[in-house]
Design a binder for this molecule. Structure first.
Ligand code: ATP
Ligand code: MG
Ligand code: MG
Length: 551
């Protein structure tokens, strides 16, 4: 991880050197209420990556203190994503396993006269809390005795009250300049079945109370979170101290990662999924880890990207093109090159003997010769792309047009002699001749052509579907138009998915879901695990070949 930008690493190093800690223990604490996104990947890379560097431990801890939003599906997907990113947790833990201990700590606070049961409604509590410029007002129930509070809290626990009727609040300081310290709610009533504890509980701890306890119970040394929790740090420390926790984790904040041209919060992602804008949490247009995986991103590229984006405190919105840069870099040497024709146009090579097929040699990856060679058939009929032919081309068009000669990648020069049209006047076929002298690799220098086209031999070609993507949501659209009555859902890009049918080389018969290829001129593609069928693979374009992005 980058040396100078990583202030967290510096703190850990000092803590080991000073003897404050013998080992580093971190945790990644997702709430199982959605799938992970690239922002979570940053947190994963930081938590697991830093602990690894110091030979420490990292727990995967599900922060499942809110029974209503959580689901086993999310738990499973999060585990899969963390492992796919390349990390193994030391312990798999659930915050809900600590409910008994948290309950005891709440009672301890009550006994110490540091917590009280409040009957104010949620709205009243908000109102009484005050604002940055005016102090809050104390609740009329703040003065309850410890005995009364113990009795009421026990009755909350026993299920005597309805949701929202009472809460337990920490008794700190209603005049504190830090609003988080104005008697925060630490327990609330929720008559709901929990995915782990079932109906055992009808009171649940609030995040601000639960999180520091979870960290302390597990002996986490450095509790890394994003900067929106900075103002909660005094409360975090208060809970640890007043609950008399043995271990004292240190909360350290880092900047959230944001990407251009997408939405990141789980709430918004969930809306896109549930309202059918995409075909699931793993839709290749989403910045979810599973979406990026299905699009064709590699774990390496995501890790590299996150590290390059840096661990600084600053809130950063990173250009999505930087993410694309890292996957190109990663796939450049790893992925086989191949040819795929997206919108096919048949070409008959009139002087090539009908019924004959020859096999041409091509490198699998010219930038990585160790990958070896492949065989490509060539015959009387091939496909090129409709876009690679124009009947009346503009100047500087070097592809096929009547009378022009081009190079077929790995094969021969062909010359366009005749254009065949249907009754409606659409071009349906080209008749060309090839020149055997010009065979690729033969060293032919007799004449030059300016255009090189990709192609696929017709009789052996495998049909394939190609999916090309644009951003699902563009920042510029959002910025200009989002208002009270128009949400981000009104600006979903209608052209974010384009489906093309075409053909691929027959040697790709063995391609399996998640295999990645570089298609000549089109970019990097991944075999889609969801929509591919036997005999017809579906390819997701990961990225095009070039970009204007510079690091
Ligand atoms: P969201 O706000 O997108 O719904 P969240 O913060 O509610 O996400 P959690 O499940 O609570 O999601 O997150 C688990 C961990 O991942 C937390 O420590 C959180 O700080 C971190 N995290 C979440 N989003 C980002 C982000 N964009 N950049 C860096 N870390 C993040
Ligand atoms: Mg959260
Ligand atoms: Mg959230």
């Amino acid at each position: 991880m980058e040396e100078n930008s990583n202030f967290i690493k510096t703190i850990m190093k000092e803590d080991l050197e000073s003897g404050k800690h013998k080992d580093i223990v971190t945790r990644f604490p997702p709430e199982p209420n959605g799938y992970l996104h690239i922002g979570h990947a940053k947190s994963i890379v930081i938590n697991f990556g830093l602990a690894d560097e110091f030979g420490g431990k990292t727990n995967l801890r599900f922060d499942d203190t809110n029974p209503l939003k959580e689901d086993q599906e999310y738990v499973d997907s999060i585990k899969e994503d963390v492992q796919w990113l390349g990390y193994e947790w030391d312990n798999l833990l659930f915050a809900s396993n600590y409910f008994d201990e948290m309950y005891k700590k709440a009672i301890l606070l009550i006994k110490k006269n540091l917590a009280y049961v409040d009957d104010l409604s949620a709205d009243e509590i908000r109102e009484y809390r005050g604002t940055l410029s005016e102090p809050g007002k104390e609740s009329p129930y703040r003065g309850r005795s410890a005995e009364e509070n113990l009795d009421l809290f026990e009755r909350m626990h026993a299920g005597e009250f309805k949701n929202g009727e009472k809460v337990l609040r920490a008794k700190i300081d209603m005049a504190s300049p830090n609003i988080n310290l104005r008697d925060p709610v630490i327990y609330r009533i929720s008559h709901a079945t929990h995915h782990n504890t079932g109906d055992k509980w009808c009171i649940y701890p609030m995040y601000a109370f639960a999180h520091p306890l979870e960290d302390a119970i597990e002996g986490v040394t450095h509790s890394l979170c994003t900067t929106e929790f900075e103002d909660q740090r005094p409360l975090y420390d208060w809970v640890i101290e007043k609950c008399e926790m043995e271990s004292t984790p240190q909360q350290i904040e880092f900047g959230r990662l944001n990407l251009t041209n997408t939405v990141m919060s789980k709430r918004k992602l969930k809306q896109l999924v549930e309202e059918g804008f995409v075909d699931g949490w793993d839709d290749p247009r989403l910045p979810t880890v599973s979406g990026l995986r299905r699009k064709g991103y590699t774990p390496e590229s995501i890790r590299e990207f996150v590290m390059a984006a840096g661990v600084s405190k600053g809130f950063s919105t990173v250009d999505e093109q930087m993410l694309e840069h890292y996957v190109r870099e990663d796939l450049k040497l790893k992925s086989p090159r191949t040819m795929g024709v997206l919108r096919p146009l048949k070409v008959v090579i009139t002087n090539y003997p009908e019924g004959e097929v020859e096999y041409l040699d091509a490198e699998i990856n010219p930038e990585n010769p160790e990958m070896g060679m492949r065989k490509i058939p060539f015959s009387h009929e091939i496909y090129v792309e409709q876009d690679d032919f124009m009947e009346n081309p503009p100047k500087k068009y070097f592809r096929l047009f009547p009378g022009n000669e081009v190079r077929l990648k790995h094969a021969y020069f062909i010359k366009c002699n005749e254009v065949i049209k249907d009754e409606a006047g659409n071009v349906v076929e080209l008749h060309c001749t090839y020149d055997p002298e010009t065979k690729s690799g033969s060293g032919f220098t007799g004449r030059k052509v300016k255009g090189t086209l990709h192609w696929v031999e017709a009789s052996n070609a495998i049909p394939a579907e190609f999916r090309l993507y644009e951003p699902l949501i563009r920042d510029e659209d959002l910025k200009e138009n989002e208002s009270e009555d128009r949400t981000f859902l009104d600006f979903v890009n209608k052209n974010s998915l384009e489906i093309q049918n075409g053909f691929i080389e027959p040697n790709m018969e063995e391609a399996k879901p998640q295999d990645k290829f570089q298609f000549f001129r089109h970019g990097y593609f991944n075999v889609d695990p969801k929509h591919s069928t036997e005999g017809k693979p579906v390819f997701n374009r990961i990225v095009s070949l070039k970009s204007s992005f510079k690091l």
